[in-house]
Design a protein around this ligand. Sequence first.
Ligand SMILES: Nc1ncnc2c1ncn2[C@@H]1O[C@H](COP(=O)(O)OP(=O)(O)OP(=O)(O)O)[C@@H](O)[C@H]1O
Ligand SMILES: [Mg+2]
Ligand SMILES: [Zn+2]
Length: 421
Amino acid sequence: MRARQDPVLTLHEEPAEAEVVSHRLMLRAGFIKKLAGGVYSFLPMGVRALRKIEGIVREEMSRAGALEVLLPALQPSDLWERTGRWDKYGKELFRLSDRHDRPFALGPTHEEVVTDLISQTVHSYRQLPVLIYQIQTKFRDEIRPRFGLLRGREFVMKDAYSFSADEDDARRIYGIMQESYARIFRRIGLDSRMVEADSGLIGGNLSHEFMILAASGEDTVLICEKCSWAANVEKEPDALACPKCGGPVSSKTAIEVGHVFYLGHKYSVPMEAAFLDKEGKEIPFYMGCYGIGVSRLLAAALEQSHDEQGMVWPPAIAPFRVSVLTLGPGMADRPEVQEAIRTLEDLWGEDVYIDDRDLRPGIKFQDADLRGFPYQVILGERNVAQGQAEIKIRRSGERLIVTLDSLAIALSDLYESDTQD
Ligand SMILES: Nc1ncnc2c1ncn2[C@@H]1O[C@H](COP(=O)(O)OP(=O)(O)OP(=O)(O)O)[C@@H](O)[C@H]1O
Ligand SMILES: [Mg+2]
Ligand SMILES: [Zn+2]
């Protein structure tokens, strides 16, 4: 992508309403734009980062054996009445009616829809287990939508659901999803923690949240300083010491980016969703559900990774891996510069951003730092005349000089060592 074709201009001003750094940076750098409270448009840069996260989530869901589906956002009220949630969900549920005055909801989550689907399609133990997921827009009329993508009223979630023949198998899948989540956050480049979570009124007794430690987090977690134990303070409100080892605990604020839940019969019993076991006996499905806040992750990544100059994208989810800065009039049109850009595009295709605008170098450096792509390739008069380019690594600020011929190799080596699978 070329900056000359980029319709979104960098704002270069502090958006007054933004209270947290990720929100401020995403507005300033033209990643998102507000439409209404908690409702945002994703602009080209924002969409690219979102798609990167979705890509990693899809790969890992598939590795875990989950199949992708896409369920309706528009859901008839009678489904919700069957579980009692039409009343219990309260004002957070967006409600509407069709032209015949039939009530509907815009899905905040999909347990009802998915349980209904499976009860109509899976009838025998031979078809189990079932593990499916979707990446979809959710709607929740939050009391306090705020912090940009961290708490929206319309947001992108990955939600997965499992259906097993017995509790052991449901717990086995729960374990697979825990591992999958840890892997997803590691691949994205985030430092996440799994904490014990409050299962509230849900009945099951097994629930974990995945947290990103950040000052702006709305959750509080207790972390043992001696062992690996950690819990949401909602689960252990009175813990002064670690229940596992007795060690001291410290409390930290955190952003919840994922939640896994053993549900058991909570939805299958009221919805009469059952299968026939070997003996021909009807057994309700043993269920689990597993969510990841995909659009929230975009903001959480920035909360964890930024500096005074702006965004510092983890390489695996950066909207572009590299920005090429041509300095000085006519530089972008030089044959050796065009050749260098072509080899980068051969290497990374769409992931190459070219700032070919006729602007002062200072402004182009500032924009590149603000948008925080992992590597900058700086093509200035003196270096190019000597067949060289400068690479700046955004995170460390480190700079190296390489020949134009070895540019692509140098960048792919950097990327390899900066990401993990
Ligand atoms: N309003 C929101 N905006 C963006 N992401 C959200 C929002 N609500 C939930 N999520 C994300 O979706 C995931 C799964 O949803 P879940 O119902 O478990 O969230 P939740 O417990 O309501 O979260 P929270 O306590 O933050 O409201 C959460 O872990 C979170 O990452
Ligand atoms: Mg909530
Ligand atoms: Zn401990």
